[in-house]
Structures are given as structure tokens and as C-alpha cells.
Design a protein around this ligand. Sequence first.
Ligand code: AMP
Length: 475
Amino acid sequence: MSFYNDVRAPGGAFSHPGEECGIFGAVGHEEASFLNYYGLHALQHRGQESCGICSSYGGRFHHRRGMGLVKEVFTQEHLEELPGVAAIGHVRYSTSGESHLVNAQPLIFRYRGGELAIATNGTLTNAPELRAELESEGSIFQTTSDTEVLAHLVARSREASLEEDVFQALNRLDGAFAFLILTNERLIAARDPHGFRPFSMGRLGDARVFASETCAFDAVGATFDREVAPGEMLVLDDEGNQESLQFAEPRRRGVCTMEYVYFARPDSDLDGINLHSARKRLGRRLAREALVEADVVTGVPDSSISAAIGYAEESRLPYEMGLIKNRYTGRTFIQPSQGLREQGVKMKLSAVRGVVAGKRVVMVDDSIVRGTTSLRIVRLLREAGAREVHVRISSPPFQNPCYFGIDTPSRDELIASRLTVDEIREKIGADSLHFLSREGMVEAIGRPECGHPDRGHCLGCFTNEYPAPTYEEER
Ligand code: AMP
């Protein structure tokens, strides 16, 4: 198998490219790469480090990948050079300080069965074991990417067709994944048997589109059709033929709770639940659990606005724009070092003096990870004259790392794994601090019962109980 992505990584050490990303695909549309462009643009919040699109035309692939935002990497001319009625695309989150073009997807491979381009969102928990096994059998890896593990498995499979090779390869994978795989004739979409990461299919006339989030369907004028089912592999061609295969039995549902709490865009729906409405319910529930006498409620833009509105409605306090975000800076996690992150937060947010001066302020945020953001914001509000600052978090304490596709710091960097709630309160300088209860969160999100007290969510970052093995102890 040859790996012919145009860049080689310096030094050979990378982060997991599969983590924290957005994927989009289209098949059966004359302007498939343009659809990808608009779809990826709508998914930009899921990753700003790099992006790429690969189309298939004339029996070969056409692709472009680059560092930066979708609008920076692609021009009209670039997209015109990506012809064909099928294309897949990817936006990648920065999971470490290093930024390498080699991590940009879709990754493209050639093997005896043909060419394949792969775009993925998620993390394979058994990737190290699979890699060791494949290497011991002679495979040579060019990256440390999980995606390449899938490519090698496909290349080693000895089935009659590429689709069957992919089917067998998917069976070997553990963890969280949503894959889009493009071949010269087909588009394949697959989702892990737990359904950790969001992944849906939409329709645009006769064309089919796939996206990490439904907001990308709205962006291209497509309508939501259905979610890709856990353990399902869909094979589509550009004539509208579609085959649904079950490469593995669905296992205990593990929809990522952080998607509801923080990641997904408020205008997306996940498992039939609108994210803005779910977050408002989180805020309402938080107000019921941790009401406080105050004058105004404000949310940390942008991800906590919905929860703050919910808190305000329930507590009958006015919701105010106490904090303003400079929309031209990225998310804080892009900053590599703690020092830069602190600076980043400062660049990013300002408090509105006229709103908070002399007031008792409830500041709602969706989560505390390292504690940097809360510390900075409490300080900002006080500097702007707030008399009291009450911090309310619309999720439980984030105490454990994620092994299923969300980039998180190590356990000892998670402030809630080291400190009690009161110690955190003191550290961030708040007058009071409350986290939403686990039950409150699960009920407020409102997914139907799935035969488990967690309603089919993955709550691992809050509870240290994961719906699938993490393999951490064995290692
Ligand atoms: P921290 O400053 O480390 O406590 O991070 C908390 C802030 O980052 C919150 O305001 C969240 O909205 C946001 N956040 C939560 N989880 C993540 C994540 N995995 N990646 C990036 N940002 C996050």
C-alpha cells in the first residue's frame, strides 16, 4: 500500500488526527466539492487547524488540503479543480501544540484494490495494539494517525471487493469513529457500534450528503434524512444506489454528552434533539438546582448562551450581555501553552461594564476543564465592577479524560480531578460555584431511555465509567 499524501511529517511524532473533527461528504451531485466547502464551513467550529477535500472524477482522485480555515484554504479556482459528483471533506481540530499539514485529512491511500480517501472523526481505542500487530506483519506506517490503521487493515484484507475489505477492517476497530471513505466508484459511511460521535445522512434532490452535524445540511440546503446507525456501513454510488450493511451489532449506546453540553452547534440536532433547546433545559435545571439571589444572568459566549438563557428564564432574572466575545479569535484550546491560553482568553472576551458594574452577576458556563476560562472571566467581571460573581456550570465536574474522540488534557490538568468544588471556587475567585448534577444533566438533555440509567450517553468524563473499554489499564 502506498500513502501518497503530499506532505511528510517532520520528526514523525504527531497527535491523533482523528480527534475532535468534522466530516462532510456528498455523492450524486455535480458540484460535490462545492457542497463540501459550504458543509465544512458550517462545521468549522469542530476544527480550525486544517481542512481538506477530496473528489473523485475520471477514475482518479483530486484533492487539496491545507492549514487554516476552510475559507483560507479554498478559493473558487481550487474547488473547480476538484471535479466529480462525489467528494469528502474534513476539518481538523488542533489536539496538540504542533500543527502539521500531514495531519490534515482526507488521507489518501493506494492499494491493490484501488484508491481510497478517508476522513474521520473519533479515536480508535485499540489503535496502538492494531498498529503493533500490523507492524509486526510488515506494515510500514507514515503517520501515527488512526486513519492509517484503517487503511492498512483494508489493504491486508483479502476479500473479493474493496467494500468487503472495508467491512472486515471496520470489524477490527474499537472506540469512537465516524468514517467517510471515498473510492473511485463509491462513497462509504460508517459509524462505530456505540454511536459515540454524531453522524447523519441528508438528501439534496437525488444527491446524498453526510455530516458530523445537521447544521451542515442547512448550510447546503439539504434535508436531514436519518442518523447513520451505530455499527452501520452505508455504501452509495453516484447513480443513487444505496446499500446498508451492519458490520457490527449495535452495542450499548454511548452518545457523547459533551456534544450536547459544548461541542455541537446550537442549530444542530443530535438524536432528534435540538442542541440550543437541550442547553436551555440544562440551564433551567441548573437554576432549579442552584438558585442564587442576583441581579443579572450572563453566559460565556458563544457556547454557554443557551444555558444562560435557560437559567435566566427559570430564575426569572434578566439575561444580559455581560460578556462579549471578539469573534475574530479562535477557541482557547488552540493555544498551545497555558501561558498563551491565558493571554488568549484575555484577547477573546471582555466584560460589559455598563451591564455588570455594581451588580450581583450569575455567570453561566458550560464546563470547567482546566479552570483557566473561569478564573479569567471572574476576574474580568470584577474588574468591570461586578459586586458578586456566582458561577454556574451546566454540566457536572469534568474529572476524567476522554478516550472517545474529545481532546482533553491529562487527568492531573483537569481542575475538578484535583480540587473539591469549594477549592475550585476559591481558586477561580467566585462568590459561589455550582455544577449541574449528573441526573440533572441526563434528564435535561432528554434522550429517551435506552435501558440504562445514563439513557445511552457516554458520561465517562464525568463518571469515569465508559460504555466501552478504554484499554488504559491493560497498558
Ligand atoms: P478551561 O478554561 O480549561 O476550564 O476550559 C473551559 C472552557 O473551554 C469552557 O468555557 C468550555 O466552553 C470550553 N471547553 C470545554 N471542553 C472543551 C474542549 N474539549 N475543547 C475546547 N474547549 C472546551
